[in-house]
Design a binder for this molecule. Sequence first.
Ligand code: GDP
Ligand code: ZN
Length: 358
Amino acid sequence: MQLRELGWNAFFENQFERYRNQNYSPMRIIRENREKYIACSEAGELRCEISGKYRFDTTGKANFPAVGDWVAGTVRPGEMKATIHALLSRKSAFSRKVAGQITDEQVVAANIDTIFIVTGLDLNYNLRRIERYLAMAWNSGATPVIILNKSDLCPDAETRKREVESIAFGVDICTLSAAQNIGLEFLNNYISPGATVAFLGSSGVGKSTIINSLIGTNKLKVNEVSDLGSRGRHTTTHRELLVLPNGGIVIDTPGMRELQVWGDEEGLKQVFDDIEELASNCRFKNCSHENEPGCAIVEALNNGTLDPGRLESFYKLKKEFSYVADRQTMKASAIEKERWKKISKIQKIYSRDYKDKL
Ligand code: GDP
Ligand code: ZN
């Protein structure tokens, strides 16, 4: 396997310079399980562990290797094993908060160029969910692209597409039918040798079907979603990073597949419906629940019916989500600016050429 086929490029090459004389080799993580790793290198697939010094020097889960990461390691060729000594900086990182008391960040997948957000044009279709996935994708540093799958089940797929356009400013969107093999060639705009893509979306939207058609086999087990609302289980034991026959790299980790269990603002409302309910009883609609008269939240805190810890965690989550949403808006407007720059450049060339012809 050539490193370039695995996604190696100048960005990583430059970082690797300082390890050259240490007899380290570059390798990309293709699977991780409780700090046991499988990496792909020029020498082939290697079973890896991190060095004691790495572990000792590293704080925070996010600084440990994840699927898609490039690391520097020493290879023991006879055994096809390696020791990981350093993590190269990431171009992008899709992460989640680790559940529990400490809000630690865990990287689910690293160095993704394009994140395909997959939605089914059936009962799964939900603009709010697409917004949430978009926020997560922007936040990772990868570029999101929206796939509206199962177009065969939707008589007005184009209307849906326009609807999605209205909430996903500057994002590429396509409708396709993976099952009927219609429109999949659109993905080739993003899949090329050395480029890494990943698929994000709820269970049953057709991610495996799409990936299978890219691989050209039925390597991934496709869920049989027989009746409405049922959720199939995925029992994949494959590598979580694979190189496609025609070039291009797909990352498919359970961490990205099982996203529907994460909290979101909609979920937030559901989880904290008591607080929403209380807030609706405040005298002022825009009450900040600090010192306004007639504040139902303050009253509930005072008479002990609302736990201050609960209110605090509600605020914390809300803030986290507005931060993500802000990043999305910022990045979207930057892209829009870039797009207008390009358009005005084209216009200039166009009008110049046009003048020449006069
Ligand atoms: P995943 O959970 O996102 O990986 O979804 P799967 O690829 O396992 O697909 C779930 C179900 O949807 C399977 O029964 C597929 O055959 C079906 N499916 C996938 N793509 C399409 C499509 O374009 N049209 C229709 N009608 N069904 C599809
Ligand atoms: Zn209030």
